[in-house]
Design a protein around this ligand. Structure first.
Ligand SMILES: NC(=O)c1ccc[n+]([C@@H]2O[C@H](COP(=O)([O-])OP(=O)(O)OC[C@H]3O[C@@H](n4cnc5c(N)ncnc54)[C@H](O)[C@@H]3O)[C@@H](O)[C@H]2O)c1
Length: 284
């Protein structure tokens, strides 16, 4: 930890990351721990939670697994209680676990809408409610980071309920930024687009083979270069770095912000690189 500057140090802080066993949640858990935070990995899959814990501990960090299904609000409250009983409080909450299944809305069942709302929205409400109470009790402020999506700010055919939930996360973030400001709790969003994760490659459970994930056939490189201004897919480390920034002293004046971590795709909004790479064109 010696090369971590004082401004980005999270030494002594306690973090809880939902869905911390893989993908973006793992990237954020590992980054927070590398900057000194003790991490509660609130994750449904025990093998994945154990893997993230092992990665953190083998680098000298501290973490505990809380096997949690975020669809069950009692389990979320238990994970928050573990932060208090094991580490004495909570400074950082990352609402990351989410889920999506692609279907046109008129073909989607009510059961499916409700599951989308439970996993993407209700989970954030329950974790924020319990987490903010614990932060307030600790009296040392805190940082809440909600992982929304570019789909929270644009139309998303086949993902109507998911994108409505992600839009809801954005506005909940803004309101919480105001309601929790007096307690020194900052609330922000990170909005990823295409980030290479197990979920993006259909690996939904069990230990993650990072090498297999690197090799997985994703969107063709040419398409990525055309669609993403920075010309590459997102890496979970990109989200980890952004989360460390938002939770650190460097972001002490930032609250209610929605930060795209997307290589520029929110800004490009329909503009793509020409096939000969000579410039940009509007796709229509
Ligand atoms: N990967 C992307 O390109 C991308 C883009 C935009 C937004 N996001 C958002 O980022 C977040 C993480 O996505 P990801 O791609 O890393 O997903 P992922 O599927 O790769 O990883 C999600 C993790 O959450 C766990 N999980 C799943 N259901 C859970 C539950 N009910 N309770 C607790 N844990 C559960 C999984 O076991 C897994 O470890 C999601 O909210 C997603 O909507 C991702």
């Amino acid at each position: 930890m010696s090369n971590i500057s004082k401004e980005t140090s999270l030494d002594g802080q306690v973090a809880l990351v939902t869905g911390g066993g893989a993908g973006i949640g793992r990237g954020i858990s590992v980054a927070l721990a590398a900057h000194g935070a003790k991490v509660v990995i609130a994750e449904i899959d025990p093998a994945r939670a154990a893997q993230t814990q092992e990665i953190i501990e083998s680098s000298g960090g501290e973490a505990v697994a809380a096997i949690t299904d975020v669809m069950d609000t009692d389990q979320i409250r238990s994970a928050v209680e573990l932060a208090e009983s094991k580490y004495g409080g909570l400074d950082i909450l990352i609402n990351n676990a989410g889920g999506v299944a692609g279907k046109n809305f008129i073909d989607q069942s009510e059961r499916s809408w409700r599951r989308h709302i439970d996993i993407n929205l209700v989970s954030m409400l329950a974790a924020t409610h319990a987490g903010a109470h614990l932060m307030i009790k600790g009296g040392r402020g805190g940082s809440i980071v909600n992982i929304t999506s570019i789909e929270g700010s644009r139309a998303a055919p086949k993902y109507a309920v998911y994108s409505a939930c992600k839009a809801g996360m954005i506005n909940f973030t803004r309101t919480m930024a105001l309601e929790l400001a007096e307690y020194g709790i900052r609330v922000n969003c990170l909005a990823p687009d295409i980030t290479r994760t197990p979920g993006m490659h259909g690996m939904m459970s069990g230990p993650v083979d990072e090498e297999e994930l690197k090799r997985a056939q994703g969107i063709p490189v040419k398409s990525i270069q055309s669609y993403v201004p920075l010309g590459r897919e997102g890496d979970t480390k990109d989200l980890g770095n952004a989360a460390v920034f938002l939770c650190s002293n460097m972001a002490s004046y930032i609250t209610g912000a929605i930060i795209p971590v997307d290589g520029g795709t929110w800004a490009s909004a329909g503009w793509t690189r020409t096939p000969d790479n000579s410039g940009w064109r509007l796709q229509y």
